[in-house]
Structures are given as C-alpha cells and as structure tokens.
Design a protein around this ligand. Structure first.
Ligand code: PTJ
Length: 245
C-alpha cells in the first residue's frame, strides 16, 4: 500500500497499475520498458500538465469535434492506466474505441476489451482484424475495417513510429499522446500531447466539452512549434534542477 502522503504518490500508483497489468496479461512485458521511458520524461516535465500540453489537448479536441468518424486506439498500457477516461472521452466525442496492439494476441485483445467494458465501454472493436494498414508487415498492420481503417481522425496514445507514419500515409489526422517529444511518433503526428495519458485524456474531454471555435484552433495549430516549446521547457527545467544540486 502506497501512502497518499508520498511526494510521488501518483507516479507510484501508475507503476503498480502497469505491473498488475502485466500480471493479468493486459500489458505486454515490454510495456514496462515503455512505461519507464515515459516516467523519465514525466519527471522532466514536472509530472503535471504544462501549457504546451494543454494547448495540444485543445487542438486534439478541435480535430475530434470536426471528425466524421473518430476512433480511439487502445493498447495494453493505456487500458491499464486510463480505461475509464478512454470510455468517457469516446462517449463525449462520439468516437469508436478499437483495441489495437503492437504485440498482437487475440487473448490480450479479449482481456483489454473486458477491461474497457468493465469501465462502461460498449461495441468495442479489435478482434476482427479484417483490414490492414498498408505498408506495414506482420500482425501490427491488422486493424478493424469499421474502426481505424475507415477513420478520418485517430487518437493513438503511445504509438509506434512506423504505424504513425503509415496512418499518416493513409491520409488520416493522427493525434497522439507521448511523453517523449523527440519520438518519431511525436514528430510525425498532427497533434502531439506531451503529457501522461492519465492527465491528457481527461484534458481532451474537458476541452471537447468547452471549445466552440474548433476551425480557428486548427487553423492556428502548429505541432512543430508546440513540440519546440516542450523541449525548451525540459531544457530549462534541467538547468534549474542542476543549478539546485
Ligand atoms: O500493448 P501493445 O502490444 O500495443 O504495446 C504497447 C507498447 C507501449 C509496449 C508499444 O506500443 C511500445 O513499445 O511503445 P514504444 O515504442 O516504447 O513507445 C511508447 C512511448 O510512449 C514512449 O515514447 C514513451 O515515452 C511514451 N509513454 C510511456 N508511458 C506513457 C507515455 N506517454 C504518455 N503517457 C504514458 N503513461
């Protein structure tokens, strides 16, 4: 039991959820490594939503508002950390949820669908695997024809760089959540929210519910500039931490 008074309580709770997710067969074993990398970047942004992440969440909400067929892709880590928030966002934005795994296994898809259903999700896609993302080899190309394949806007938190590029080549608007502003996915997506999924997903939902000028937000959106702000923030924070040592 982690005491609530611990200064890094939330981070430790996330660790436990990921570890439990591995034990229960929801999170892939390499999800531990992905989480560790994310934790390091989360530390660098102060483990809270910074301005650049809030702006990006707003831009993501704007794209979702104008979408005809929005889809939220869920993997093992996202299910372990933010299943309820995914369901709430999907409900608010009228988006389909598709379980789409990098390390695909039917058993894990079934388990993750179960986690999302327990969180209130309905009609969750994932097991069909009846379409392929062109340009990708092996199982990671598989997706649902009713979901990612036919989406116009897709939210892919913690996505692999190759898949992000392939989705862009299909002409989709790609929204991602990635704590690493240097990752290929972060640089390739239309909107990159440099924040933890646990904070970013509810922020997208709250923005979705409050914005009324989606076109203007999109017109003014510049992902590269926003990523630069994230990097500048990290650099200045590193200097500050170092000067305090
Ligand atoms: O469940 P599967 O089979 O689909 O596999 C999922 C993982 C995450 C294992 C797989 O997609 C993977 O290997 O991802 P990568 O290529 O390691 O990328 C994960 C990215 O997400 C890294 O850039 C991390 O910094 C970032 N990240 C990790 N945890 C979080 C995060 N970003 C936001 N919130 C997090 N909690």
């Amino acid at each position: 039991m982690i005491p609530k008074s611990h200064p890094r309580y939330e981070s430790l709770v996330m660790r436990e959820k990921i570890a439990k997710g591995v034990e229960e067969g929801i999170v892939h074993i390499t999800g531990l490594i992905a989480h560790g990398r994310g934790e390091a970047f989360d530390y660098l942004i102060g483990e809270k939503t910074q301005d650049f992440a809030m702006k990006a969440a707003e831009a993501a909400a704007a794209f979702l508002k104008l979408a005809q067929h929005p889809v939220i892709s869920v993997n093992g880590n996202v299910a372990a950390l933010a299943a309820e928030e995914v369901v709430k966002l999907a409900d608010a934005a009228g988006a389909r949820i598709e379980v789409n795994l990098f390390h695909r296994s039917e058993e894990r898809i079934r388990k993750i669908i179960g986690v999302l259903e327990a969180a209130g999700g309905r009609n969750i896609l994932g097991n069909e695997g009846d379409a392929r993302i062109p340009g990708l080899e092996h199982d990671r190309a598989l997706c649902s024809s009713e979901g990612i394949y036919s989406s116009d806007v897709v939210l892919v938190p913690l996505e692999d760089g190759d898949r992000c590029e392939a989705l862009k080549k299909m002409g989709k608007v790609v929204l991602t959540i990635d704590l690493n502003p240097l990752s290929r996915t972060a640089r390739c997506a239309d909107v990159t929210i440099v924040d933890n999924v646990t904070r970013a997903i509810p922020n997208i939902r709250r923005s979705y519910e409050s914005i009324d000028d989606a076109e203007k937000i999109i017109e003014e959106w510049d992902n590269r500039k926003n990523l630069q702000k994230a990097l500048d923030f990290i650099c200045s924070r590193l200097q500050k931490i170092y000067s305090e040592c």
